[in-house]
Design a protein around this ligand. Sequence first.
Ligand code: UDP
Length: 249
Amino acid sequence: MKVHTVDILGVPFSTLTMEETIQYLFGQLKQERRQTFHVVTANPEIVMCARKDSAFQNDLLQADLITPDGIGVVKASGMLGEPLQERVSGFDLMNGWFAQAEQQGRQLSVFLLGAKPHVVERAAKELRRLYPSLQVAGHQHGYFGADEEEQIVEKIAAAKPDILLVALGFPRQEKFIQTHKQRLQTKIAVGVGGSFDVWAGEAKRAPKWIQSIHLEWFYRLCKTPSRWRRQLVLLEFLQHVLRERKMVR
Ligand code: UDP
């Protein structure tokens, strides 16, 4: 099944809701495939990075599914006349997926790649606690040199997980998946940014009520003021969306 997409500043976003995305991914696990199915959960920062970095844009456009991660993307879709229904963030998507697998007695295996050594270990432990049926087929921290990459790909391929979670931050996680997708021996790979830090208890998501009024970005900014430079890109994103809207109308 081909997923319907909406173009936002050159990035084709899936129009599936959270629940539909979970069902779609369950379906993808059943497919026979020669290379890993690549999922990107893209926020405005990722969209802007792709506009400036053509190698990253190439990796992004090769992905099989791009979900709207961030209220900025959802709002932009409305401004451009094709509203996306909801945000599908990496952390929520993974938790929703694993929780359903747990409820339905479906066995999934995951490999965790990325974050600091103690973080990835704690994240693996937390995932096992939250979802006892989930098999953690292996884990590997994300502070490795280029010369170790080959060995890491072999380690993942030997573990043959259903799902590879890559938490190296963008654009590195997308590049890693695209570069090695023919050899990873994993059905689905997802770039999950800072998710291991949240599972490990090193970073906190905003409380649900803040998420519901769409101010999670502001909460993160207050918690980590050093991110303000990164958040400036949101203004740039908005500027581009407004410019595009003028052209569409
Ligand atoms: N990271 C890593 N190796 C590196 C640099 C970063 O594994 O060389 C990890 C970092 O520890 C963190 C994740 O990548 O767990 C990126 O988190 P961030 O919140 O920056 O992600 P994003 O904003 O891209 O979602």
